[in-house]
Design a protein around this ligand. Structure first.
Ligand SMILES: NC(=O)c1ccc[n+]([C@@H]2O[C@H](COP(=O)([O-])OP(=O)(O)OC[C@H]3O[C@@H](n4cnc5c(N)ncnc54)[C@H](OP(=O)(O)O)[C@@H]3O)[C@@H](O)[C@H]2O)c1
Length: 259
C-alpha cells in the first residue's frame, strides 16, 4: 500500500487526489485548512481526513497550497521530514516555485518532484509537466508515475523549461476555451442552437487534437488535407490569417511567459 498525502485540497489538489483515488493500492491522507473541504472530498473519492502533520508522514506528499502559503505551511513539514526514517517524496504543484526554493523551505536533501498540472486533470486527461531533484531515484519516479497514471499524460521536462511549457499546457486551456467559444459563436451566427454549436466546437477541438497526437502528423499537413482546392475551408483559413490568429496565439503564449 502506497500512502499519498495531500496538503491543500483545493481545485488542483483535489483533482490530483481524485486521480490517485482511482488507482488500487493508493491510500490517501487529505488535509486542508478548512477541514470541511477535505471532508467533502473524502466523501466523494474516499481517503482519510487528517491534519498537515499526519499527511506529511506519507510516501508521496503533495503540496496543493498557493505558492504564497508555502512559507506558512513548510516549517512544520521541514521538522517532520527531517525526523522521520522513511524517504518521503515531496510533490509540489506550486506555480513558479523552483526545486531550489522548495529545498530552501523544506531542507537541502529533500527529494522533490516539481509538477505543473493543467485543469483537464479533473477529467483524467491532463498534461502534467514534471522535473525531479537529484534525490529522486528511478524507482521513486516509476512508482510516482504509476500511482498517478489516471491524471493524464506525464511529460518530463528540464526544470528551466517548465514555465515555458506551462504557458502552453497550463494557460492553453483558457486559450482553447476562447477558440471554442468563438467557433460556437460563428455557428450561432449561422443559425445553430447554442448548445449544439458548443458541442460541435468542443468535439471538433478534441478530435483534431487526438488526430494529431495519434497520427504524429504536423498540423500544417492536417490542415492541408482538409482544404480542397477552391473549397470552403480554405476560405475560412484565409479569414483566420487575415484576423491574425497565429500571431495572436503566439503573442498569448509569450505574454503569459513574460508575466
Ligand atoms: N488551479 C490550477 O489550474 C493550477 C494549475 C497548476 C498549478 N496550480 C497550483 O496548485 C496550487 C493550488 O492551486 P489551486 O488553484 O488549487 O488553489 P485553491 O483552490 O485555492 O487551493 C488551495 C488550498 O490550499 C488550502 N490551504 C491554504 N492554506 C493551508 C494550510 N496552511 N494548510 C492546509 N491547507 C491550506 C486552501 O484551504 P481553504 O479552503 O481553507 O482556503 C485551499 O483549499 C497552487 O500552488 C497553484 O500554483 C494550480
Amino acid at each position: 500500500m502506497l500512502t499519498l498525502g495531500f496538503i491543500g485540497t483545493g481545485n488542483m489538489g483535489s483533482a490530483l487526489a481524485a486521480a490517485a483515488a482511482k488507482k488500487e493500492g493508493n491510500r490517501l491522507l487529505l488535509a486542508n485548512r478548512g477541514r470541511a473541504k477535505a471532508e467533502a472530498l473524502s466523501a466523494r473519492i474516499g481517503g482519510e481526513v487528517t491534519d498537515n502533520g499526519s499527511a506529511a508522514r506519507s510516501d508521496y506528499l503533495f503540496l496543493g497550497v498557493k505558492p504564497q502559503m508555502l512559507p506558512e505551511v513548510t516549517p512544520e513539514l521541514r521538522e517532520i521530514l527531517a525526523k522521520q526514517n522513511r524517504h518521503t517524496v515531496v510533490v509540489s504543484m506550486a506555480a513558479v516555485t523552483s526545486i531550489s526554493r522548495l529545498k530552501d523551505l523544506l531542507g537541502e536533501d529533500v527529494a522533490v518532484i516539481r509538477i505543473m498540472p493543467n485543469t483537464p486533470v479533473m477529467v483524467g486527461d491532463g498534461i502534467i509537466l514534471y522535473s525531479c531533484s537529484s534525490e529522486i531515484t528511478e524507482e521513486m519516479e516509476k512508482v510516482f508515475l504509476e500511482a498517478m497514471s489516471e491524471a493524464g499524460r506525464f511529460v518530463k521536462i528540464e526544470e528551466r523549461l517548465i514555465d515555458a511549457g506551462a504557458c502552453i499546457s497550463g494557460c492553453g486551456p483558457a486559450f482553447v476555451d476562447l477558440f471554442m467559444e468563438a467557433l460556437a459563436d460563428g455557428g450561432v451566427a449561422c443559425g445553430l442552437p447554442r448548445a449544439l454549436a458548443l458541442e460541435l466546437a468542443a468535439a471538433t477541438v478534441s478530435g483534431s487534437a487526438k488526430l494529431m497526437l495519434e497520427t504524429g502528423k504536423h498540423p500544417a499537413q492536417l490542415k492541408d488535407e482538409v482544404c480542397s482546392p477552391g473549397g470552403t475551408t480554405i476560405q475560412g483559413v484565409r479569414a483566420l490569417e487575415k484576423g491574425g490568429l497565429r500571431s495572436a496565439v503566439m503573442e498569448a503564449v509569450i505574454s503569459a511567459y513574460h508575466k
